[in-house]
Design a protein. Sequence first.
Length: 305
Amino acid sequence: MTDTATTPAAATPSKNRRRPATHVDANPAKAGWFTKIVLAVLCVVWMVPILGTFVTSFRTLDDVNSSGWWHFFTGSGVRDATIANYHHALSGKGMGEAFINSLAITLPATFIPILVAAVAAYAFTFMEFRGRDFLFLLIVSLLVVPNYVAFIPITKIYRDVGLNGTFAAVWLAHIGFGMSLAIYILRNYMATLPKTVIESAKIDGASHFQTFYRLVLPMSVPALASFAIFQFLWVWNDLLVALVFLGPGDKEPVTVNLTHFKTQLGQGWELTTAGGFLTMILPIIVFLALQRFFVRGLTAGAVKG
């Protein structure tokens, strides 16, 4: 009888060999020094103009005209800092009223397309009807059409029905321009939801409205929040649509109001920078409040299985 000795190599299961690391990155699982340097340089290049704008908003008109913003950190620049630019931008230039107008434009133009697109995405995902796929492709194909192509015909329609110069004109324009992307994002997300839950609701006798309102809508919060961030930022920072369909006046948003800060002779940079940072406060708050849903909503539906 022959004794068979089990060698350590046979007893230990073989492991897959790791790919050898390159000389640039010593650990393939982590970012190497080259990647970190490139990212740091990109961040600095991106942040320098923002820093210059922020510093300029605290400088007086004489300082802005006499020296560059980097002189703020030398000499008496810090001691001469003032918040009068922000006060003058809010009171003297009408930024406060324009801020309210932007809210009146942005909130309906954000929530209405989300609600309509969510209903449409549910129909494209869970309902069977003739021409469903063709209609979805037709809606998605509208993403390649530039918005400004539709300005002239829409303006003529608004003129005929008396909507030019009203908030409703801007609402309808933003709703129409954002609807294709909203339906595309929400439909792709809803396609990843477990269909067994929807089938169980049908077995229990739930209607489409009940299934949508009680099941699909709560499970689609990440995708809804992702599009809400996009739509809110687009509408809040929009200048072209506001100029075309609303124009300057007592209903102008903050983006149009900012164009009045700088005069024809190039004066008013200190007020423009202060007003610009005032307009950034609310979008930053919205993004920070919804950022936890941002990546989840965008990546959902990208990979199946």
